[in-house]
Design a protein around this ligand. Structure first.
Ligand SMILES: Nc1ncnc2c1ncn2[C@@H]1O[C@H](COP(=O)(O)OP(=O)(O)OP(=O)(O)O)[C@@H](O)[C@H]1O
Ligand SMILES: [Mg+2]
Length: 310
């Protein structure tokens, strides 16, 4: 469980995080989205005790990030934006070092289990300096998972990974998220859509929207659009559809292809289907057109003004 209460951070005159309030429950994966400089990393650093807030506070698993920072560190796993690694250590030794810092009772077993999870078992004795970027990212993930923390805070967990590893890591996060609390940041909107239960979009340190991926899509679509394909010319059919009550717009997209639009919640697909058949058109296809999360994201972060250049 993460509870954030009016959390703010400023660097001089720059307000990086501006009065954030949100919660993430156990069994929930919360996605943190926002343009470069929105304040995602800064928020995560405060939650994991790497940087004190300017004002406000938060609790992790019930412990205050300021007053009980030691308890917080025991219960949180953090994958930072850039993982500090020692090139002249082997993967195993590095994880052993991290396990000892955390006073794990059975380090060897914890390390072996974690290496298996992130797919690095066969590199355990290799030097970190000789590993590829994606493998280093996986070591970062391994040290975050090592002590099986209640809360995981992952700053762009799939960055730099190859497609196969991206799928593996997403599955891993999904699994972890069933029992624990995960806060992750990403710039890959389809990733947030696939693995997060809830999405929080921030811009200039403030929350601009918080919702489920599905709601986010329908909420932002001012109208529902449907794609319709029939055999032959569709001009005549388009004219007839325009006459239906509640239809907002009908456009011809090509031979036998048209799109129509109606207000959300007033589903006119049955009427249009009936009309099409009764007008003796062969109905080949009818499907809703969804706004992509990218379009929604741009609309939201643009409307609020983009982040100032550095
Ligand atoms: N240590 C620091 N000193 C001064 N300014 C900082 C510091 N850390 C972050 N900032 C500023 O705070 C703002 C938020 O940065 P932050 O790294 O939290 O953004 P982000 O959302 O993680 O962006 P990105 O998507 O690029 O990772 C930026 O304007 C950044 O320049
Ligand atoms: Mg960042």
């Amino acid at each position: 469980m993460i509870r954030v209460n009016d959390l703010s951070k400023n660097f001089g005159a720059r307000q990086a995080v501006d009065g954030l309030n949100f919660e993430a429950r156990q069994g929930e994966i919360l996605g943190f989205l926002g343009p470069n400089g929105a304040g995602k990393t800064t928020t995560m650093r405060m939650l994991t005790g790497y940087m004190p807030p300017s004002s406000g506070t938060a609790t992790i698993a019930g412990f205050d990030i300021l007053k009980d920072s030691i308890e917080v560190r025991k219960r949180v796993g953090y994958l930072p934006e850039t993982v500090p690694l020692y090139s002249d250590m082997t993967v195993f030794d590095y994880l052993k070092f991290m396990a000892d810092l955390r006073h794990l009772p059975n380090p060897k077993q914890a390390i072996d289990e974690t290496l298996l999870m992130v797919g690095l078992t066969d590199r355990a004795d290799g030097y970190i300096g000789n590993l590829s970027k994606g493998m280093r990212q996986r070591i970062g993930l391994a040290q975050a998972l090592l002590h099986k923390p209640e809360v995981l805070i992952l700053d762009e967990p799939t960055i730099g990974l190859d497609p196969a590893q991206i799928i593996e890591v997403r599955n891993l996060i999904r699994d972890i998220g069933k029992e624990r609390t995960v806060l992750l940041s990403t710039h890959i909107l389809s990733e947030a859509q696939q693995i997060c239960n809830r999405i929080l979009i921030i811009n200039k340190g403030k929350i601009v929207v918080e919702d489920t991926p599905a709601n986010l899509q329908s909420r932002l679509a001012g109208a529902e659009r449907v794609h319709l394909r029939v055999r032959g010319e569709a001009d005549e059919l388009a004219d007839q559809i325009r006459k239906l009550k509640g239809i907002q717009e009908v456009t011809i997209q090509g031979d036998g292809l048209l799109e129509f639009q109606f207000a959300p919640g007033k589903d006119l697909r049955p009427e249009v289907a009936r009309l099409t058949i009764e007008s003796k058109f062969d109905l080949l296809e009818m499907r809703p057109i969804n706004l992509s999360l990218e379009e929604i994201f741009l609309e939201l972060t643009h409307a609020e003004g983009s982040t100032q250049p550095e």
